[in-house]
Every structure is written in structure tokens, then in C-alpha cells.
Design a protein around this ligand. Structure first.
Ligand code: PLP
Length: 402
């Protein structure tokens, strides 16, 4: 009997992971593919953080930690959230997990009952709808428009809230669009949330530090009246280039985070002890990661500027300039419906990405994976030299289609 739990059939595997794996396999087979599909900084973990991890092993910090994470790291996070985000969370309002992904999944599982609605603005991070499905909840996708920088229209939100609405998932700066929600828009959303006592906000702030002035980050929980209604998720993977360490956290009202901790206690217990020591060192780098993080953000910004300029010169494209994260989500639907010699018809973001991989040897992620088939996602967590080569290849591959 090969039968599986019906949940498994309801859930799609992560397409970003699948495409990255495919591109990696091609590279291993000797094909010189440029990989711009993964959501991972190209930088190594900064030395002071890595050293703290090595010292943690030497000093014997290699045992189980408390389920919610060490008090030392929760205190450091509590301090960070106060100083940088203007939110007061005591250490017992914080649960550390093996990555922000685990924190998000546990939050969805903890607060949603079967049939509850999880409101997700599109384009969305691939995992949100699947997390809702795993909780037997129903994802309610609200489209946004590139002309409005992929930001949620509060009127649309208002019109989609029902008795069953339980969660609204916000991600700012956004993966995949790089959009940053301005404070005013968050305030408008907060006014709507205030009128719907059952609705909670799951605020994914993992790209918080990767933001390009004059854009600024606002934590939803810092808005008046929203502390009680918000679960704040953040982590170490992106700003501190610590993807492989697996460390993230949730902060919120005790009732909810304790529920997340309860689920965690039966799944994984506390996160990696070595990563937690490294996490303390990461928060010790200074305000918003200090100079080390500022230098990485500077490099991301140069790359963003280069890509935006290059693609703006091309025919038929639509771009919303990203204000944060390290992704460009460009509308390439101009090329849909065209025939490519030796390839066939390009119909959608999926076939366009296959074409760009075949002919241009550049791996991108189709927008359909993020709920917007007009676009493709380019991750610019790569050196400027590689990005220059990628742009040349994309231009060359698209030229015969114009
Ligand atoms: N949230 C968003 C929007 C992401 O892009 C990612 C990683 O790709 C995560 C959460 C998960 O990060 P972590 O590595 O901490 O699990």
C-alpha cells in the first residue's frame, strides 16, 4: 500500500528548491549555467560569527538547549527588537527555531483551525500557501500589480475578509518582488485589522536589513494596537549570510508563541546549539548588523542598480524597482506567444525560464511559482561580473524573439 496522508497530495513541493537542484545538476554535468534561482546570499558567513560557532564547539556548547532557545540569545533578540524595531518582547515572548521557515510553519499550524482562511498577497513566497494547506486551512490569494509596486490594496483586503479569516501574511521587504511596505500603507492595513478581532498578522521580516535607502522598514507589531495581533518572524539566514546554520525565531503574545513552542517540542525541540552561539555574535555586530552587514547591503544595492538599468534598456519589459531583499521580479510576458527556433512556443513563465536555461544557460524562477505568471524572478545574490554575463546571455537569448 503506497497510500500517503492526503495532506501530502494537497501540498506542492518547493519549486525554487526544485529549480536550484536542476541548475546544480547541470553545473555538475559540466554545463556552465549561471544560477540566479536560489534565495541565498553569495557571501560567506562573516568571520566573527563563524568564529563564535567554532568556539561554541570547542567550549562544549553541543548539547540540547531549552526548547525555546537559550536565554542568552532570546535576551539578545529581545534587546534587538526593542532597539531596532520599537517592539517590546520579553525573552519568554520569543521562540527560536531551525530557521524562519520552521517558525512560520509552526505559527500557521498553531493558530489556524481547519477551514480557516489565510490571506496571502501575491506574488508570495512559495511556502505560504502550502503551509496553510498543511494546516488544513484555505489560502486566499490577493493579487497585486506591478504598476502599484506589488503592494496590497487595502480596499481589496477589506473586501476579502470573512468570518473565517484568521491570518494575513505580510512579507516586507518581499521575496520575490523586493517591494517594501511604506509605513502609511501598513497603518491603513492596521486600521482594517483593528476592526476584525479574529484576524492576526504574520509578519515575515527576514529581509529587514537588506533594504535600500530611502526605503525604511516598519515592524507591523510596532503600530498602535497591533502588538496583540501580530506574530513577528525574523531570522539570521539572509542579513548575516547564515542560511546553512538554520536559525530563526518568532516573537509575539505569549499565548501564541507558547503554542508554537509546544508544536516545536514534539517536532525538533530547540534549534542547533552551535548556531545559537553564532546568533549571539551576529546580534553583537551592532545596530542592524553594523558595518559588516552594511557592506553586504551596499554590494546588493550596486547589483540592483546594475540590473534595473540593464533591463530598463530592453524592449517590452516591465520593472518595479526593488527597495529591498535581493530579487528582481520582472514582467517578461511581452515574449509570451512567440516561437523560438529549435525550442517551440513560449507560452508562460515556466516555458520562458526553460528557454532561458536551454538557450541562455541562465537559471531563473518562473513567476508562476509565486502566483504571478507574467513575471520571472532573478536573484541577484551573485557577483556583479556574473550578473553582467547573465544579462548578456538573457539579452542574446531574447533578441531573436523580439
Ligand atoms: N521567509 C522568506 C520570505 C524567505 O525568502 C525565506 C528563505 O528563503 C525564509 C522565510 C526562510 O528563511 P530561513 O532560512 O530562516 O528558514
Amino acid at each position: 500500500d503506497d497510500s500517503l496522508n492526503p495532506r501530502v497530495d494537497a501540498v506542492k513541493p518547493s519549486r525554487t528548491v526544485a529549480i536550484s537542484d536542476q541548475a546544480n545538476a547541470l553545473v555538475q554535468a559540466g554545463v556552465p549555467v549561471i544560477r540566479l534561482a536560489a534565495g541565498e546570499p553569495d557571501f560567506d558567513t562573516p568571520a566573527p560569527i563563524a568564529e563564535a560557532g567554532i568556539n561554541a564547539i570547542r567550549e562544549g556548547h553541543t548539547r540540547y538547549t531549552p526548547n525555546a532557545g537559550t536565554l542568552q540569545l532570546r535576551q539578545a533578540i529581545s534587546h534587538k527588537l526593542k532597539e531596532e524595531n520599537g517592539i517590546t518582547y520579553a525573552p519568554d515572548h520569543i521562540v527560536l527555531s531551525n530557521g524562519a521557515k520552521q517558525s512560520l510553519a509552526q505559527a500557521v499550524l498553531a493558530v489556524c483551525s481547519p477551514g480557516d482562511e489565510v490571506i496571502i498577497p501575491a506574488p508570495y513566497w512559495v511556502s505560504y500557501p502550502e503551509m496553510a494547506r498543511l494546516a488544513d486551512a484555505v489560502p486566499v490569494i490577493l493579487p497585486t500589480s506591478i504598476d502599484n509596486h506589488f503592494l496590497l490594496d487595502p480596499k481589496l483586503l477589506q473586501s476579502k475578509i470573512t468570518q473565517r479569516s484568521r491570518l494575513l501574511i505580510l512579507c516586507s521587504p518581499s521575496n520575490p518582488t523586493g517591494s517594501v511596505y511604506p509605513k502609511k500603507l501598513l497603518q491603513d492595513i492596521a486600521h482594517i485589522v483593528a476592526n476584525h478581532p479574529r484576524l492576526l498578522i504574520l509578519s515575515d521580516e527576514i529581509y529587514e536589513h537588506i533594504i535600500y535607502a530611502p526605503a525604511t522598514h516598519t515592524s507591523f507589531a510596532s503600530l498602535p494596537g497591533m502588538w496583540d495581533r501580530t506574530l513577528t518572524v525574523n531570522g539570521f539566514s539572509k542579513a548575516f549570510a547564515m542560511t546553512g546554520w538554520r536559525l530563526g525565531y518568532i516573537a509575539g503574545p505569549k499565548h501564541f508563541v507558547a503554542a508554537c513552542g509546544k508544536i516545536q517540542s514534539q517536532f525538533t525541540t530547540g534549534p542547533n546549539s552551535i548556531a545559537q552561539k553564532a546568533g549571539v555574535a551576529a546580534l553583537g555586530l551592532g545596530y542592524a548588523g553594523g558595518e559588516i552587514v552594511a557592506n553586504m547591503v551596499k554590494a546588493f544595492r550596486e547589483r540592483r542598480d546594475f540590473l534595473v538599468k540593464s533591463f530598463r534598456e530592453m524592449e517590452g519589459l516591465k520593472i518595479s524597482e526593488p527597495q529591498g531583499a535581493f530579487y528582481l521580479f520582472i514582467d517578461l510576458s511581452y515574449y509570451y506567444g512567440r516561437e523560438a527556433e529549435g525550442f517551440g512556443r513560449i507560452d508562460d513563465s515556466e516555458s520562458l525560464c526553460r528557454y532561458l536555461l536551454d538557450k541562455g544557460q541562465v537559471a531563473l524562477v518562473p513567476g508562476s511559482a509565486f502566483g504571478d505568471d507574467t513575471c520571472v524572478r532573478i536573484s541577484y545574490a551573485e557577483s556583479l561580473t556574473i550578473l553582467q554575463e547573465a544579462v548578456e546571455r538573457i539579452k542574446k537569448a531574447l533578441a531573436p524573439l523580439s
